[in-house]
Design a protein around this ligand. Structure first.
Ligand code: NAP
Length: 394
Protein backbone atom coordinates (compact mmCIF):
# COMPACT_ATOMS: atom_id res chain seq x y z
CA UNK A 1 0.00 0.00 0.00
CA UNK A 2 1.36 3.44 -0.82
CA UNK A 3 1.98 5.76 2.10
CA UNK A 4 1.04 9.39 1.45
CA UNK A 5 2.00 12.42 3.50
CA UNK A 6 -1.05 13.80 5.29
CA UNK A 7 -1.92 17.24 6.67
CA UNK A 8 -3.71 17.66 10.01
CA UNK A 9 -4.06 20.63 12.39
CA UNK A 10 -1.70 22.73 10.31
CA UNK A 11 1.08 20.11 10.26
CA UNK A 12 2.37 17.50 7.85
CA UNK A 13 1.85 13.92 8.93
CA UNK A 14 4.78 11.99 7.50
CA UNK A 15 4.72 8.17 7.25
CA UNK A 16 7.94 6.11 7.45
CA UNK A 17 7.94 5.37 3.69
CA UNK A 18 6.40 8.48 2.08
CA UNK A 19 5.81 8.66 -1.67
CA UNK A 20 7.70 11.70 -2.98
CA UNK A 21 7.37 12.71 -6.63
CA UNK A 22 10.36 13.99 -8.56
CA UNK A 23 10.71 15.87 -11.85
CA UNK A 24 14.19 15.14 -13.14
CA UNK A 25 14.28 18.30 -15.28
CA UNK A 26 15.81 19.28 -18.61
CA UNK A 27 19.42 19.85 -19.69
CA UNK A 28 21.69 18.85 -16.81
CA UNK A 29 18.59 17.94 -14.75
CA UNK A 30 18.79 14.12 -15.13
CA UNK A 31 22.45 13.92 -14.08
CA UNK A 32 22.13 16.23 -11.07
CA UNK A 33 18.95 14.39 -10.07
CA UNK A 34 20.73 11.00 -10.19
CA UNK A 35 23.47 12.42 -7.96
CA UNK A 36 20.90 13.90 -5.58
CA UNK A 37 18.80 10.78 -5.26
CA UNK A 38 21.84 8.70 -4.43
CA UNK A 39 22.89 11.15 -1.68
CA UNK A 40 19.39 11.49 -0.19
CA UNK A 41 18.80 7.73 -0.06
CA UNK A 42 22.19 7.19 1.58
CA UNK A 43 21.54 9.98 4.11
CA UNK A 44 18.14 8.57 5.11
CA UNK A 45 19.68 5.12 5.52
CA UNK A 46 22.57 6.54 7.53
CA UNK A 47 20.18 8.42 9.83
CA UNK A 48 17.35 5.90 10.22
CA UNK A 49 18.61 2.50 8.97
CA UNK A 50 15.81 0.49 7.35
CA UNK A 51 13.08 2.19 9.44
CA UNK A 52 12.58 5.03 6.98
CA UNK A 53 12.86 5.24 3.22
CA UNK A 54 11.60 7.61 0.54
CA UNK A 55 9.53 5.98 -2.20
CA UNK A 56 10.47 8.10 -5.22
CA UNK A 57 7.89 8.45 -8.00
CA UNK A 58 8.69 10.14 -11.29
CA UNK A 59 6.24 12.70 -12.66
CA UNK A 60 6.73 14.41 -15.99
CA UNK A 61 7.25 18.05 -16.89
CA UNK A 62 9.28 19.93 -19.48
CA UNK A 63 10.88 18.35 -22.53
CA UNK A 64 10.44 14.76 -21.37
CA UNK A 65 6.73 15.37 -20.77
CA UNK A 66 6.40 17.02 -24.18
CA UNK A 67 8.09 14.08 -25.90
CA UNK A 68 5.98 11.48 -24.13
CA UNK A 69 2.59 13.20 -23.79
CA UNK A 70 2.62 16.22 -26.12
CA UNK A 71 2.18 18.53 -23.13
CA UNK A 72 4.80 20.55 -21.25
CA UNK A 73 3.04 20.35 -17.90
CA UNK A 74 0.46 17.55 -17.84
CA UNK A 75 -2.56 17.87 -15.53
CA UNK A 76 -1.65 14.45 -14.09
CA UNK A 77 1.67 15.89 -12.85
CA UNK A 78 0.01 18.76 -11.02
CA UNK A 79 -2.54 16.36 -9.51
CA UNK A 80 0.19 14.03 -8.27
CA UNK A 81 2.30 16.89 -6.83
CA UNK A 82 -0.74 18.10 -4.89
CA UNK A 83 -1.73 14.60 -3.75
CA UNK A 84 1.73 13.77 -2.41
CA UNK A 85 2.25 17.27 -0.86
CA UNK A 86 6.07 17.33 -0.98
CA UNK A 87 8.17 17.02 -4.16
CA UNK A 88 11.53 17.87 -5.71
CA UNK A 89 12.42 19.06 -9.21
CA UNK A 90 15.41 19.72 -11.40
CA UNK A 91 15.58 22.80 -13.63
CA UNK A 92 13.12 23.07 -16.51
CA UNK A 93 13.83 24.79 -19.82
CA UNK A 94 11.42 27.51 -20.76
CA UNK A 95 9.67 26.29 -23.95
CA UNK A 96 10.38 28.67 -26.79
CA UNK A 97 7.12 29.75 -28.42
CA UNK A 98 5.15 27.25 -26.35
CA UNK A 99 2.71 29.84 -25.09
CA UNK A 100 3.99 29.27 -21.53
CA UNK A 101 6.08 31.97 -19.89
CA UNK A 102 7.82 29.60 -17.53
CA UNK A 103 6.97 26.09 -16.34
CA UNK A 104 8.37 26.92 -12.92
CA UNK A 105 6.00 29.84 -12.57
CA UNK A 106 3.14 27.69 -13.90
CA UNK A 107 3.77 25.07 -11.17
CA UNK A 108 3.99 27.72 -8.44
CA UNK A 109 0.76 29.34 -9.62
CA UNK A 110 -1.21 26.13 -10.08
CA UNK A 111 -0.32 24.97 -6.56
CA UNK A 112 -0.39 28.44 -4.95
CA UNK A 113 3.14 27.94 -3.58
CA UNK A 114 3.19 31.41 -2.07
CA UNK A 115 6.66 31.49 -0.47
CA UNK A 116 9.99 30.99 -2.20
CA UNK A 117 12.43 29.96 0.52
CA UNK A 118 16.19 30.25 0.02
CA UNK A 119 18.67 29.53 2.79
CA UNK A 120 22.00 31.25 2.19
CA UNK A 121 25.01 29.96 4.09
CA UNK A 122 28.65 29.62 3.19
CA UNK A 123 30.35 26.22 3.07
CA UNK A 124 34.06 26.50 3.94
CA UNK A 125 36.21 25.99 0.86
CA UNK A 126 33.68 27.41 -1.62
CA UNK A 127 35.22 30.37 -3.49
CA UNK A 128 33.52 33.62 -2.48
CA UNK A 129 34.02 37.21 -3.64
CA UNK A 130 33.69 38.64 -0.10
CA UNK A 131 36.19 38.66 2.75
CA UNK A 132 33.95 37.17 5.46
CA UNK A 133 31.49 34.81 3.77
CA UNK A 134 31.16 32.91 7.06
CA UNK A 135 29.21 35.87 8.47
CA UNK A 136 26.33 35.18 6.04
CA UNK A 137 23.69 32.84 7.45
CA UNK A 138 20.25 33.95 6.28
CA UNK A 139 17.02 32.45 5.04
CA UNK A 140 14.98 34.47 2.56
CA UNK A 141 11.19 34.15 2.35
CA UNK A 142 10.16 35.77 -0.92
CA UNK A 143 6.48 36.38 -1.73
CA UNK A 144 5.73 34.37 -4.87
CA UNK A 145 2.30 35.39 -6.17
CA UNK A 146 1.95 39.18 -6.38
CA UNK A 147 3.85 42.38 -7.09
CA UNK A 148 5.08 43.33 -10.56
CA UNK A 149 5.49 39.57 -11.21
CA UNK A 150 1.74 39.02 -11.33
CA UNK A 151 2.05 39.44 -15.10
CA UNK A 152 -0.53 42.26 -15.37
CA UNK A 153 1.06 44.39 -18.08
CA UNK A 154 0.43 45.78 -21.56
CA UNK A 155 2.86 46.91 -24.26
CA UNK A 156 3.33 50.57 -25.16
CA UNK A 157 0.76 51.75 -27.68
CA UNK A 158 -1.55 48.71 -27.23
CA UNK A 159 -5.29 49.39 -27.07
CA UNK A 160 -5.30 48.16 -23.44
CA UNK A 161 -2.47 50.47 -22.36
CA UNK A 162 -4.10 53.41 -24.15
CA UNK A 163 -7.45 52.68 -22.52
CA UNK A 164 -5.90 52.50 -19.07
CA UNK A 165 -3.98 55.73 -19.62
CA UNK A 166 -7.20 57.45 -20.71
CA UNK A 167 -9.03 56.10 -17.65
CA UNK A 168 -6.31 57.33 -15.30
CA UNK A 169 -6.39 60.76 -16.95
CA UNK A 170 -10.18 61.15 -17.16
CA UNK A 171 -11.25 59.50 -13.92
CA UNK A 172 -8.32 59.97 -11.55
CA UNK A 173 -6.52 63.04 -12.90
CA UNK A 174 -3.22 61.20 -13.44
CA UNK A 175 -1.26 62.15 -16.54
CA UNK A 176 1.02 59.53 -18.09
CA UNK A 177 2.85 59.59 -21.43
CA UNK A 178 0.36 58.45 -24.11
CA UNK A 179 2.79 55.85 -25.42
CA UNK A 180 3.87 54.36 -22.09
CA UNK A 181 3.89 50.61 -21.50
CA UNK A 182 1.94 49.77 -18.35
CA UNK A 183 2.57 47.24 -15.58
CA UNK A 184 0.44 46.86 -12.47
CA UNK A 185 1.87 46.17 -9.00
CA UNK A 186 -0.76 44.48 -6.83
CA UNK A 187 0.10 43.71 -3.20
CA UNK A 188 -2.54 42.58 -0.72
CA UNK A 189 -2.76 42.28 3.05
CA UNK A 190 -3.67 38.59 2.73
CA UNK A 191 -0.67 37.59 0.59
CA UNK A 192 1.80 39.81 2.47
CA UNK A 193 0.71 38.58 5.88
CA UNK A 194 0.71 34.88 5.04
CA UNK A 195 4.29 35.25 3.76
CA UNK A 196 5.54 37.26 6.75
CA UNK A 197 3.69 34.99 9.19
CA UNK A 198 5.41 31.99 7.61
CA UNK A 199 8.83 33.67 8.01
CA UNK A 200 8.13 34.47 11.68
CA UNK A 201 6.98 30.91 12.38
CA UNK A 202 10.13 29.56 10.79
CA UNK A 203 12.23 31.94 12.89
CA UNK A 204 10.55 30.71 16.08
CA UNK A 205 10.75 27.02 15.14
CA UNK A 206 14.42 27.21 14.21
CA UNK A 207 15.40 29.27 17.25
CA UNK A 208 16.61 32.20 15.15
CA UNK A 209 16.61 35.75 16.51
CA UNK A 210 15.13 38.17 13.97
CA UNK A 211 12.92 38.62 10.92
CA UNK A 212 13.63 41.59 8.66
CA UNK A 213 11.01 42.86 6.21
CA UNK A 214 12.74 44.29 3.14
CA UNK A 215 10.65 46.88 1.31
CA UNK A 216 10.75 50.09 -0.69
CA UNK A 217 7.93 51.67 1.29
CA UNK A 218 9.46 55.13 1.36
CA UNK A 219 8.60 55.44 -2.33
CA UNK A 220 5.81 52.90 -2.98
CA UNK A 221 3.75 53.65 0.11
CA UNK A 222 0.56 51.71 -0.58
CA UNK A 223 2.22 48.53 -1.80
CA UNK A 224 5.68 48.09 -0.27
CA UNK A 225 4.94 50.48 2.61
CA UNK A 226 1.75 48.56 3.31
CA UNK A 227 3.73 45.29 3.26
CA UNK A 228 5.76 46.65 6.18
CA UNK A 229 2.69 47.82 8.12
CA UNK A 230 0.80 44.58 7.55
CA UNK A 231 3.85 42.75 8.86
CA UNK A 232 3.93 44.68 12.12
CA UNK A 233 0.19 44.03 12.52
CA UNK A 234 1.07 40.35 13.05
CA UNK A 235 3.04 40.92 16.27
CA UNK A 236 0.06 40.36 18.67
CA UNK A 237 -0.73 37.00 16.98
CA UNK A 238 2.47 35.60 18.46
CA UNK A 239 1.43 36.33 22.06
CA UNK A 240 4.59 37.88 23.44
CA UNK A 241 7.08 35.72 21.55
CA UNK A 242 7.71 38.45 18.93
CA UNK A 243 8.26 42.20 19.30
CA UNK A 244 9.07 45.10 16.99
CA UNK A 245 12.65 46.35 16.90
CA UNK A 246 13.33 48.75 19.77
CA UNK A 247 10.66 47.11 21.96
CA UNK A 248 11.98 43.57 22.18
CA UNK A 249 12.94 41.93 25.47
CA UNK A 250 15.64 39.24 25.70
CA UNK A 251 14.37 35.97 24.24
CA UNK A 252 11.80 37.58 21.96
CA UNK A 253 12.12 37.33 18.19
CA UNK A 254 12.74 40.82 16.82
CA UNK A 255 10.63 41.93 13.85
CA UNK A 256 12.37 44.74 11.98
CA UNK A 257 12.34 46.36 8.57
CA UNK A 258 14.88 47.81 6.18
CA UNK A 259 14.53 49.73 2.95
CA UNK A 260 15.64 47.54 0.05
CA UNK A 261 18.53 49.65 -1.25
CA UNK A 262 19.97 49.95 2.25
CA UNK A 263 19.52 46.19 2.68
CA UNK A 264 21.89 45.48 -0.20
CA UNK A 265 24.58 47.37 1.77
CA UNK A 266 23.63 45.74 5.06
CA UNK A 267 24.08 42.19 3.76
CA UNK A 268 27.57 43.09 2.60
CA UNK A 269 28.68 45.24 5.53
CA UNK A 270 26.80 43.81 8.55
CA UNK A 271 25.58 40.36 7.54
CA UNK A 272 25.67 38.97 11.09
CA UNK A 273 22.75 41.25 12.06
CA UNK A 274 20.31 39.47 9.73
CA UNK A 275 18.85 35.98 9.96
CA UNK A 276 15.41 35.56 8.37
CA UNK A 277 14.30 37.97 5.63
CA UNK A 278 10.70 38.46 4.42
CA UNK A 279 10.40 40.23 1.10
CA UNK A 280 7.92 41.13 -1.63
CA UNK A 281 8.43 39.30 -4.92
CA UNK A 282 10.75 41.64 -6.83
CA UNK A 283 13.04 42.66 -3.96
CA UNK A 284 13.35 38.99 -3.03
CA UNK A 285 14.33 38.00 -6.54
CA UNK A 286 17.24 40.45 -6.61
CA UNK A 287 18.30 39.82 -3.04
CA UNK A 288 18.27 36.01 -3.38
CA UNK A 289 20.77 36.03 -6.22
CA UNK A 290 22.94 38.76 -4.69
CA UNK A 291 23.18 36.81 -1.44
CA UNK A 292 23.81 33.54 -3.26
CA UNK A 293 26.74 35.22 -5.02
CA UNK A 294 28.23 36.18 -1.63
CA UNK A 295 28.48 32.52 -0.64
CA UNK A 296 29.57 30.98 -3.94
CA UNK A 297 26.88 31.44 -6.56
CA UNK A 298 23.78 29.70 -7.81
CA UNK A 299 25.51 26.34 -8.29
CA UNK A 300 25.45 26.01 -4.49
CA UNK A 301 22.11 27.66 -3.64
CA UNK A 302 19.15 25.49 -2.63
CA UNK A 303 15.53 26.56 -2.72
CA UNK A 304 11.94 25.55 -2.17
CA UNK A 305 8.52 26.88 -3.06
CA UNK A 306 6.00 26.25 -0.35
CA UNK A 307 2.46 26.86 0.82
CA UNK A 308 0.90 25.75 4.08
CA UNK A 309 0.21 22.24 2.78
CA UNK A 310 2.44 21.78 -0.28
CA UNK A 311 6.11 22.15 -1.10
CA UNK A 312 8.28 21.72 -4.18
CA UNK A 313 12.04 21.92 -3.62
CA UNK A 314 14.25 22.81 -6.58
CA UNK A 315 17.67 23.67 -7.91
CA UNK A 316 17.88 27.44 -8.22
CA UNK A 317 20.01 27.47 -11.38
CA UNK A 318 18.77 26.73 -14.90
CA UNK A 319 19.28 23.77 -17.22
CA UNK A 320 22.85 24.77 -18.24
CA UNK A 321 22.19 23.21 -21.70
CA UNK A 322 25.80 23.48 -22.91
CA UNK A 323 26.86 20.98 -20.22
CA UNK A 324 23.95 18.54 -20.62
CA UNK A 325 25.00 14.87 -20.64
CA UNK A 326 28.63 15.62 -19.70
CA UNK A 327 28.49 14.51 -16.04
CA UNK A 328 30.27 17.75 -15.24
CA UNK A 329 28.18 20.35 -13.39
CA UNK A 330 27.83 20.85 -9.66
CA UNK A 331 24.80 19.01 -8.20
CA UNK A 332 25.02 20.82 -4.82
CA UNK A 333 22.07 23.14 -5.44
CA UNK A 334 19.70 20.19 -5.91
CA UNK A 335 21.38 18.06 -3.22
CA UNK A 336 21.03 20.88 -0.66
CA UNK A 337 17.42 21.43 -1.80
CA UNK A 338 17.00 17.76 -0.93
CA UNK A 339 18.33 18.53 2.55
CA UNK A 340 15.64 21.23 2.82
CA UNK A 341 13.07 18.63 1.80
CA UNK A 342 14.26 16.22 4.50
CA UNK A 343 14.10 18.98 7.13
CA UNK A 344 10.59 19.88 5.90
CA UNK A 345 9.57 16.25 6.58
CA UNK A 346 10.98 16.60 10.07
CA UNK A 347 13.82 14.18 9.21
CA UNK A 348 16.45 16.51 10.65
CA UNK A 349 19.15 13.92 11.25
CA UNK A 350 19.11 12.97 7.56
CA UNK A 351 19.12 16.64 6.49
CA UNK A 352 22.13 17.29 8.72
CA UNK A 353 23.91 14.27 7.23
CA UNK A 354 23.45 15.66 3.69
CA UNK A 355 24.81 19.05 4.72
CA UNK A 356 27.73 17.38 6.47
CA UNK A 357 28.40 15.32 3.34
CA UNK A 358 28.52 18.33 1.02
CA UNK A 359 30.69 20.29 3.46
CA UNK A 360 33.01 17.29 3.85
CA UNK A 361 33.43 16.73 0.11
CA UNK A 362 34.17 20.43 -0.47
CA UNK A 363 36.57 20.62 2.48
CA UNK A 364 38.44 17.58 1.14
CA UNK A 365 38.91 19.45 -2.14
CA UNK A 366 36.97 16.95 -4.27
CA UNK A 367 34.86 19.44 -6.21
CA UNK A 368 33.24 20.06 -9.59
CA UNK A 369 34.83 22.43 -12.11
CA UNK A 370 33.00 25.54 -10.90
CA UNK A 371 34.26 25.22 -7.32
CA UNK A 372 37.80 24.48 -8.45
CA UNK A 373 38.06 27.89 -10.14
CA UNK A 374 40.13 30.15 -7.94
CA UNK A 375 41.06 27.32 -5.57
CA UNK A 376 44.52 25.84 -5.58
CA UNK A 377 45.08 22.12 -5.10
CA UNK A 378 41.46 21.11 -5.70
CA UNK A 379 40.77 17.85 -7.49
CA UNK A 380 38.17 18.41 -10.23
CA UNK A 381 35.66 15.55 -10.24
CA UNK A 382 32.51 14.73 -12.23
CA UNK A 383 28.94 15.18 -11.03
CA UNK A 384 28.66 11.49 -10.16
CA UNK A 385 32.08 11.37 -8.46
CA UNK A 386 31.13 14.42 -6.40
CA UNK A 387 27.97 12.61 -5.27
CA UNK A 388 30.13 9.63 -4.26
CA UNK A 389 32.40 11.97 -2.28
CA UNK A 390 29.36 13.47 -0.53
CA UNK A 391 28.16 9.97 0.42
CA UNK A 392 31.63 9.21 1.80
CA UNK A 393 31.33 12.23 4.12
CA UNK A 394 27.74 11.74 5.32
P1 NAP B 1 21.70 28.45 -16.24
O1 NAP B 1 21.16 27.21 -16.83
O2 NAP B 1 21.57 28.61 -14.77
O3 NAP B 1 23.25 28.49 -16.65
C1 NAP B 1 24.04 29.64 -16.66
C2 NAP B 1 25.47 29.33 -16.24
O4 NAP B 1 25.49 29.13 -14.82
C3 NAP B 1 26.07 28.05 -16.81
O5 NAP B 1 26.55 28.22 -18.10
C4 NAP B 1 27.16 27.78 -15.78
O6 NAP B 1 28.21 28.76 -15.89
C5 NAP B 1 26.45 28.15 -14.48
N1 NAP B 1 25.76 27.00 -13.89
C6 NAP B 1 24.41 26.74 -13.86
N2 NAP B 1 24.16 25.62 -13.20
C7 NAP B 1 25.35 25.14 -12.77
C8 NAP B 1 25.73 24.01 -12.02
N3 NAP B 1 24.83 23.13 -11.54
N4 NAP B 1 27.05 23.82 -11.77
C9 NAP B 1 27.96 24.68 -12.21
N5 NAP B 1 27.66 25.78 -12.93
C10 NAP B 1 26.36 26.01 -13.20
O7 NAP B 1 21.04 29.74 -16.92
P2 NAP B 1 20.59 30.04 -18.40
O8 NAP B 1 21.64 29.53 -19.36
O9 NAP B 1 20.24 31.47 -18.40
O10 NAP B 1 19.23 29.23 -18.63
C11 NAP B 1 19.13 27.99 -19.34
C12 NAP B 1 17.66 27.50 -19.29
O11 NAP B 1 17.28 27.25 -17.93
C13 NAP B 1 16.63 28.46 -19.85
O12 NAP B 1 15.67 27.71 -20.59
C14 NAP B 1 15.98 29.03 -18.61
O13 NAP B 1 14.66 29.44 -18.85
C15 NAP B 1 16.02 27.86 -17.66
N6 NAP B 1 15.99 28.24 -16.23
C16 NAP B 1 15.30 27.41 -15.41
C17 NAP B 1 15.28 27.65 -14.04
C18 NAP B 1 14.53 26.70 -13.14
O14 NAP B 1 14.08 25.67 -13.59
N7 NAP B 1 14.36 27.01 -11.86
C19 NAP B 1 15.98 28.74 -13.51
C20 NAP B 1 16.71 29.57 -14.38
C21 NAP B 1 16.71 29.30 -15.74
P3 NAP B 1 29.60 28.57 -16.65
O15 NAP B 1 29.27 28.53 -18.11
O16 NAP B 1 30.36 29.80 -16.25
O17 NAP B 1 30.25 27.31 -16.20
Amino acid sequence: MEELIGYEDGRLVVPEHPVIPFIEGDGVGPEIWRATRRVLDAAVERAFGSRRRIVWREVLAGEKAHRETGEWLPEATLRELARCRVAIKGPLATPVGGGIRSLNVAIRKAMDLYACVRPVRWIPGVPSPVRRPEAVDMVIFRENTEDLYAGVEWPAGSPEARRLIAFLRDELGVTLPEEAGIGVKPMSRFASQRLIRRAIRYCLEEGRKSVTMVHKGNIMKYTEGAFREWGYELVPEFEGRVAAEGQALPGQVVLKDRIADNMFQQVLLRPEEYEVLATPNLNGDYLSDALAAQVGGLGMAPGGNISDELAVFEATHGTAPKYAGQDKVNPSSLILSGAMLLRHLGWREAAAAVERGVAGAVAAGTVTYDLARGREGAQVVSTSAFAAAVVDHL
